[in-house]
Design a protein around this ligand. Structure first.
Ligand code: GLN
Length: 309
């Protein structure tokens, strides 16, 4: 078995030097300023050992990686009733696509495309004020990452609100089918803010540990969800976590993973490790280019793909 410390060190060295870095997301103006020459990785093994490299302590906008955690919270609130509001099939379309929604009568394909995540946020919001719902999401992230200092980058949230015409269209369209219960502005406000949570690779990998260990953080002993629920969330990450790049991610990396346009990917090696990588340059499907390359290296060297060594 190769030594994890040296594998992570070599990956961080290679990624720091590669010329192919992808392109930063510029449809959210505040993200367009982020320096693409950054790469961070944090791997937390079953014993809680953190092996990190590169810019693993630099905070970034977690964007759609937050959707794993809002899905977890909404399942805790609504249970299987959630699946009336959102499906669990891969979309084969870009993350912000609107075309499928008409054919499917406003019920989004899965909780990780934007429409699906907005519907999930609406479930969390129901019965609460936006501020309370957002507080609940933020506290959940702080609890999972064991770090009360995690905050929301208000500038990113405001930037997305100013330019979020597509998400506004998606939400209004779902509202016309009765899939959104709350005022569209409220639901979108909470959605934009949870996407703007800022975290480091180490914090994100810590937050994801329950998914790698049957719903339980093995270091704190906290049972976050049942083993069955963790397994199912992982299944949705594997099939839908990278939008229309999900097949390619499964082929190359072979782990459940969730990307965000800030350049982060959270990946789960069941029973072995929780992994967060970050590099702001994206590929054509909106997934971190070097993040994916790094995870491909890691799973190949460690034999961690869920499909076999
Ligand atoms: N907040 C982003 C959006 O709604 C999230 C998209 C993403 O990370 N893929 O466009």
């Amino acid at each position: 078995m190769p030594d994890l410390d040296s594998v992570v060190r070599e990956i961080a060295e290679e990624m720091a030097q590669r010329p192919d870095r992808g392109a930063v997301a510029d449809y959210i103006p505040e993200l367009a300023h982020v320096d693409p020459n950054q790469f961070g990785i944090a791997v937390i093994d079953a014993d809680g050992r953190v092996i990190s490299g590169g810019d693993s302590e630099t905070p970034f906008s977690i964007q759609s990686v937050s959707k794993v955690f809002t899905l977890t919270l909404a399942l805790g609130m609504a249970g299987d009733r959630l699946w009336k509001r959102v499906g669990r099939e891969p979309s084969g379309n870009p993350f912000n696509s609107i075309v499928q929604l008409e054919r499917e009568r406003g019920v989004p394909r899965n909780p990780f495309i934007n429409a699906g995540a907005i519907a999930v946020t609406d479930v969390i919001l129901s019965g609460h004020e936006p501020r309370e719902a957002l507080g609940e999401i933020l506290r959940f992230m702080q609890f999972l990452a064991q770090d009360p200092s995690i905050t929301i980058d208000e500038r990113v949230a405001a930037s997305e609100k100013r330019t979020g015409f597509r998400n506004t269209a998606l939400a209004n369209y779902m509202k016309s089918f009765g899939v959104i219960e709350n005022p569209v502005d409220y639901t979108l406000g909470v959605y934009f803010h949870h996407c703007a949570i800022a975290m480091t690779c180490r914090q994100l990998a810590t937050a994801g540990r329950f998914l790698a260990h049957n719903g339980r953080n093995p270091s704190t002993g906290h049972n976050v969800v049942s083993a069955e629920r963790a397994r199912r969330i992982n299944a949705i990450m594997l099939t839908c976590g990278h939008y229309d790049g999900s097949g390619e991610f499964a082929y190359r990396v072979g782990l459940p993973g969730k990307s965000g346009v800030g350049g982060a990917i959270l990946a789960v090696a069941p029973g072995k490790a929780s992994i967060a990588v970050w590099s702001p340059g994206l590929d054509a499907a909106g997934n971190s280019h070097l993040g994916r390359v790094a995870l491909e290296r890691l799973t190949q060297r460690m034999g961690w793909s869920v499909f076999g060594a």
